[in-house]
Write a protein that binds this ligand. Structure first.
Ligand code: AHG
Ligand code: MN
Ligand code: MN
Length: 334
């Protein structure tokens, strides 16, 4: 590493100069998320050694079996932002209701979080992640109508994710550009590793759970058939990459173009992925990097969740790839 390496904290101070004065706490919130990610990275790395693999025996609000690491990750996030004093309430995949944290005037933000994304991968040492977003509240003081504030898209002011893979990477945006930071375990800091990420308009990969192919809409199946046809001029066939962790697959699409898909299917007519803490934060990041995120019919960032754990179909990645998918959804052809 060169002597000019820039830490997350240092870089956030620089980036913070570009945000509105009323959003001046955003760099502090992202720094706190970096701290949270360091705790989680440590615990995920040693989970097999300290009895943190396996199931808890409960279900989360989406009906998924909770892993010990899901519950632990949620506690770490809630504790970290309880201490910050800047967050009024938290919506988490692992909590049925919105959790009120602080109703004082300084707590001007709401946090939506998937504390551990891809938790089916924990027991096999696969990639996992954390997905987060911050909303700026409309009013200070008591959280009387926080859920309504989460339906005002313009209040979504920062978002990002952490990927715990071979290295731990934090990718985030305060709306102006997207940057990636890699955790240097020796220094104990996230260091700037990908500045001003731009999502290529198209790529060579698609990510989807093809095990659900026969439950998809015929137009979605037509798209999946199309991308594996042979046509050198349009770069087909695409190669399949699917990790079981949205964060890992979207990270590939963000850096290399291509598309991640989780369509609606017969068993899940509203899709599987949750709007508030999966689809919307990733859409915010990918669009800030000039990519695109869609339900197939509508831009994800235009969707307004009617409930905290509402799901949506998701197609996300390079602009051309996602627009092609939208044409298939509408017409069944390119
Ligand atoms: P989570 O572990 O937070 O519940 O999220 C799992 C999500 C996502 O990360 C992944 O892409 C998808 O569910 C995998 O679902 P399938 O097993 O149906 O492919
Ligand atoms: Mn998830
Ligand atoms: Mn999760």
């Amino acid at each position: 590493m060169s002597a000019k390496a820039t830490s997350l904290s240092r870089h956030l101070v620089e980036e913070g100069k570009w945000v509105d004065a009323q959003l001046s706490e955003l760099p502090v919130l992202l720094r706190d998320m970096g701290y949270t990610a360091k705790i989680l990275a440590r615990e995920i790395r040693r989970a097999a050694l300290v009895g943190k693999l396996g199931l808890v025996g409960e279900k989360n609000p989406s009906g998924d079996a909770q892993k010990k690491l899901d519950v632990y990750s949620n506690e770490v996030v809630v504790d970290a932002f309880t201490d910050s004093g800047l967050v009024a309430a938290i919506v988490s995949e692992e909590m049925e209701e919105l959790r009120t944290i602080s109703c004082n005037d300084a707590a001007e933000y709401l946090l939506c979080v998937d504390p551990l994304d891809g938790s089916s991968n924990t027991d096999v040492n696969g990639a996992v992640g954390t997905i987060f977003s911050f909303y700026r509240r409309g009013v200070a003081g008591a959280c009387t109508d926080c859920e309504a504030e989460l339906r005002e898209g313009a209040r979504l002011v920062a978002a990002g994710y952490v990927l715990y893979g071979p290295s731990t990477v934090l990718v985030c945006s305060m709306g102006r550009g997207v940057n990636g930071y890699t955790l240097d375990h020796d220094v104990g800091e996230f260091m700037l590793s990908q500045e001003n990420i731009r999502c290529p308009v198209s790529g060579a990969y698609y990510s989807a759970n093809l095990g659900r192919y026969h439950d998809w809409d015929p137009n979605v199946r037509a798209y999946a058939d199309y991308v594996i046809e042979r046509d050198a001029a349009s770069g087909r066939p695409y190669s399949l990459r699917y990790s079981g962790a949205l964060v890992a697959d979207v990270h590939r699409s963000l850096l290399e173009g291509g598309i991640y898909l989780y369509p609606a299917d017969e068993g899940r007519t509203g899709g599987k992925l949750r709007l508030l803490y999966e689809c919307l934060p990733l859409a915010f990041v990918v669009e800030a990097a000039a990519g695109r995120a869609s339900s197939g019919r509508e831009r994800i960032l235009d969707l307004r969740p009617a409930s905290l754990h509402q799901t949506s179909p998701l197609a996300i990645g390079g602009v051309d790839d996602v627009q092609l998918f939208e044409r298939f959804v509408a017409t069944g052809s390119p």
